[in-house]
Write a protein that binds this ligand. Structure first.
Ligand code: CTP
Ligand code: MN
Ligand code: MN
Length: 488
């Protein structure tokens, strides 16, 4: 479909006339006098814009280099309707001077060039302008990645009820049902005030009858009978107990339950993997929340070792702590080096050294399995959201003042090359639901595939590079959401 190879990225954004920008076109002339085109440079790039301008002019179209009230058709590429509308608002020469141009996707332009005349505008050509959530009456944006979700919110009782049902559904293997409860809870977490009436649910996305019923019960009676029944059920309590053992998933926990096992003591009589043995052995420590101070201490410890083996390499605390949580179930650390390739082999040396010092109680590592162009296939291999070299471990953290003098802490170490680091950071900051929503938004709204390695535009068959998380949000046409607002 593209007429010339697409420009990856224009560093010089904006519409200011530069060396490559086309000059203003002649006043009303040519075969289509009712038409005045304007091409938006953002994401199209200056050189492609100049090329398309020339092409259209050669076919008799009037294309203006500067935006004015005379423009009838605004054509953009890889921009959302909201972005183009925002741009127009900023560049309106004289807001009073009329001018209500059609906002069109490049597809209209391409088809018109092929036809040699302007084709009729179809709905699919139009860029849909949806105002930011705040301006859209009281309707909340449908995807969690379009909203700000702070860590603390005023609807805790409601979200906890829904999340109990989400967890129960997950423990029963009903992922779809679990997701529906999680989505509803996530919407409530983004509400600035306390929900007081059922009517207020109208503005929230994702509330079906079941979720409504639960909310109604909690609003009216203070509790939902269904939720309380789940909380007290033997199956729910046992499966929760078992899945909190490091290395135990829903399937295993469910099998043990079917076999009649009920307590941690019962697990000593069953066959366990090496990982599960470690999980059981350190169960108490691993289910005691990790504090921010402990996470930072581990991060510094790893940083020192990393520096020793590869000067210039860095360690970044990701996961819940990056989102501002004061506690977590583990410590997620991302390792990288400014020069691509230098990071190779780093992790095994770091882990071996820590191990030799007696600082690691358990670890299993995985090699990097990410090859060039593999990103087009979503890396969906069982449970692994990405293919970076990584290590799942249990650290022995010094804990002065405790009877043993140390504490077992779960630590995830992940290594990303610099060119993929922003994707790794975005992917490992979470929350899990926020990540899922980002990928769903990319797929359904942008026809792009996002994972922790890259963002791939399937319409143009190209990978969109990014030097920061902000640039990834820009590529997606999303407002930047800072980590502490990703607590969906
Ligand atoms: N993650 C991942 N691949 C995995 C495990 C986790 O990409 N195999 C990502 C998750 O998507 C999540 C982030 O890493 O966004 C952190 O995961 P996790 O530690 O499980 O959750 P936290 O949000 O950090 O919660 P907690 O504070 O309880 O650790
Ligand atoms: Mn974590
Ligand atoms: Mn983790």
């Amino acid at each position: 479909m593209a007429l010339v190879p697409l420009k990856r990225r224009s560093r010089r954004g904006g519409a200011q006339a530069g060396a490559l920008s086309p000059p203003a076109g002649p006043p009303d002339s040519g075969p289509f006098p009712a038409l005045v085109l304007y091409l938006v440079e953002k994401r199209m790039g200056a050189s492609r814009r100049a090329f398309l301008t020339q092409l259209a002019r050669a076919k008799g179209f009037r294309v203006d280099g500067a935006y004015s009230a005379a423009v009838t058709h605004v054509v953009a590429e890889q921009n959302s309707g909201a972005e183009v509308a925002q741009w127009l608002k900023q560049h309106q020469v004289d807001p009073g001077a009329g001018g209500d141009p059609a906002l069109l996707d490049i597809s209209w332009f391409t088809e018109s060039m092929r036809a040699g005349q302007p084709v009729e505008i179809q709905p699919r050509h139009r860029l849909v302008v949806t105002a930011p959530a705040a301006q859209r009456g009281r309707q909340m944006a449908p995807y969690a990645c379009e909203r700000c979700t702070p860590l603390l919110h005023p609807n805790r009782a409601l979200t906890e009820a829904l999340e109990t049902l989400a967890e129960e559904a997950w423990l029963s293997g009903s992922e779809g049902r679990s997701l529906a409860f999680t989505r509803a809870a996530a919407a409530l977490k983004a509400l600035p005030g306390q929900l007081e009436t059922m009517g207020e649910l109208e503005s929230l996305p994702g509330f079906g009858d079941h979720c409504r019923g639960v909310i109604q019960a909690v609003l009216e009676d203070g509790v939902s009978v269904e939720v309380e029944r789940v909380r007290l059920s033997e199956r729910y309590r046992t499966l929760k107990l078992f899945t909190k053992v490091f290395g135990v998933g829903v399937k295993t926990a469910d099998r043990w339950y079917q076999e009649g096992l009920r307590t941690l003591a019962d697990l000593h009589n069953t066959r366990l993997t090496r990982q599960q043995q470690a999980g059981l052995q350190h169960y108490e420590d691993l289910t005691t929340p990790v504090g921010r101070g402990e996470a930072e201490a581990i991060s510094r410890e790893v940083q020192a070792v990393v520096q020793q083996f590869l000067p210039g390499a860095s360690v970044t605390l990701a996961g819940g702590f990056r989102r501002g949580k004061p506690h977590g179930h583990d410590v997620d650390l991302l390792l990288t080096h400014p020069e691509d390739g230098q990071e190779a082999g780093l992790l095994s040396r770091v882990v071996s050294w820590l191990d030799s010092q007696g600082l690691i109680l358990y670890q299993h590592s995985q090699e990097n399995s990410y090859g060039p162009r593999e990103g087009a296939k979503p890396p969906s291999a069982s449970g692994h959201l990405d293919r970076y070299e990584r290590c799942f471990s249990i650290f022995r953290l010094a804990a002065p003042g405790t009877h043993r003098g140390w504490k077992a802490v779960r630590v995830d170490l992940v290594v990303a090359p610099a060119s993929q680091f922003p994707f790794a950071l975005l992917g490992w900051t979470g929350s899990r639901h926020f990540e899922r929503e980002l990928r769903r938004f990319a797929r359904h709204e942008r026809k792009m595939t996002l994972n922790s390695h890259e963002l791939y535009d399937t319409r143009q068959n190209l990978s969109l590079p990014a030097a920061s998380e902000e640039e990834i949000f820009q590529h997606l046409g999303l407002e930047y959401v800072p980590p502490e607002q990703r607590n969906a």
